[in-house]
Design a protein around this ligand. Structure first.
Ligand SMILES: Cc1ncc(COP(=O)(O)O)c(C=O)c1O
Length: 392
């Protein structure tokens, strides 16, 4: 259910234009608090995965709530630093940096680097030789456990992990962390809990094991009534198993989608309505370029009409403002009769929403607004057509 009622939506669109990304701070803070509480382990650190949403104002909310930042790419680090995260609060767990980018990570003093191959380790070793002891990053590896995740391109095998400790030792580095990523958007809690024991078993083979980064991939229930990933069940099991270790380790968790999805809504206006038999075909003033996940991954987001919906409902397709064949925001939705200028709310788009918006189809990207109780403020300006010409 959206917290956006018609009057507020009209006010926002009148002031900032349509389509518009709207984030609700109270929802975000409640989600952060719930996730933080759910893991009853003393040495825990949450790092928001900004791959899902890089808006600086939202990153600042995570920082103020005591979370660090998880960077997938150097660009994530740039955004994190801009949001005033200290380099010590940034964990990089990514893939395939080139030499200049690896050097950049060292120059930024990103405190924790979780690498995904021995080849990346060789590059790091080459660059770290001249870096004084106290300025070197903490080093970990993404584990590749195909018996749990299925075939996966990212990470090293347990055998390679042990090789890595020798390679790192040549330049005086310790491998002190393991990073594990169970899956993307997985709502089946047991998929996570059942993998904990094996991950810990591999970690225990590391002579200098200091931290476990249990990644992201935690699901979010996009469909009404869907059973979502249980933070409480996962947190209790993970804490229980970690507490049994004779040598305690620090715990890092990098939620993306699960933390930010719920607080985001994309508002759009109806610009055209036609009927094909019994089906209502509604044209909106947005497109899948603003919410690419729907056409790229075939994802589902609930769509509500901000008007009296108590009467008869009709099978409705909601289409974008292009002729791209996959330009559907929603198919076979059950909605009241809509009219030009009505407003629809596309829910739960805080994650992989604006972050995946592109200039495909050559429409400038929307603005973003943050709601805080009865007040709101612009947190990213709407682009103009100038953006399409900027690099010429
Ligand atoms: C290493 C790592 N951690 C965390 C995340 C966030 O994932 P999710 O949004 O599924 O929690 C990603 C996403 O790409 C990732 O690659």
């Amino acid at each position: 259910m959206t917290i956006l009622h018609l009057q507020l939506a009209e006010e926002l669109l009148a002031q900032f234009g349509s389509p518009l990304y709207v984030y609700d701070q109270a929802t975000l803070l409640a989600t952060i608090a719930r996730i933080t509480r759910a893991v009853p382990y003393n040495q825990k650190h949450f790092h928001f995965a900004s791959v899902t949403n890089g808006n600086i104002a939202l990153l600042q909310i995570f920082r103020a709530a005591g979370w660090g930042l998880h960077a997938n790419t150097p660009g994530d680090v740039v955004l994190g630093l801009q949001a005033d995260f200290a380099p010590e609060q940034i964990v990089y767990s990514g893939s395939n940096l080139n030499r200049a980018e690896m050097q950049q990570m060292l120059d930024w003093r990103v405190a924790t680097l979780n690498l995904d191959s021995l080849s990346q380790l060789e590059l790091l070793c080459d660059l770290v030789r001249d870096v004084p002891e106290q300025s070197r990053p903490r080093l970990g590896f993404r584990l590749n456990l195909p018996e749990i995740t299925g075939e996966n391109r990212i990470g090293v095998s347990p055998a390679e992990l042990l090789q890595a400790t020798d390679v790192a030792a040549n330049v005086g580095l310790k491998v002190s962390g393991i990073h594990f990523y169970r899956g993307t958007g997985t709502n089946v809690t047991s998929a996570f809990t059942e993998s904990i024991a094996r991950v810990i078993e591999v970690g225990q083979q590391l002579p200098d094991w200091e931290y476990l980064d249990f990644g992201g991939g935690f699901g979010y229930p996009y469909r009404e009534g869907q059973i979502g990933f249980s933070w409480e069940e996962f947190g209790a099991e993970l804490a229980c198993q970690l507490q049994q270790l004779t040598r305690p380790v620090k715990l890092i968790i990098e939620p993306g989608r699960a933390a930010i999805a719920a607080c985001g809504t994309l508002l759009a206006r109806v610009v055209s309505v036609k009927w094909q038999g019994q089906k209502q075909i509604v044209g909106l003033d947005t497109s899948v370029a603003n919410i690419a996940v729907l056409s790229v991954h075939g994802g589902y987001r609930e769509i509500q009409a901000l008007k009296d919906s108590s009467g008869e409902k009709y099978q409705t397709d909601l289409c974008g403002n292009t002729t791209f064949s996959r330009d559907y925001l929603g198919r076979n939705c059950s909605l009241p009769k809509l009219a030009v200028n009505d407003i629809v709310a596309i829910l739960d788009v805080g994650a992989y929403g604006y972050a995946m918006a592109s200039h495909f189809l050559h429409r400038p990207r929307p603005a973003e607004v943050l709601l805080d109780g009865n007040t709101f403020r612009l947190i990213r300006r709407r682009e103009s057509y100038q953006v399409l010409l900027e690099q010429l």
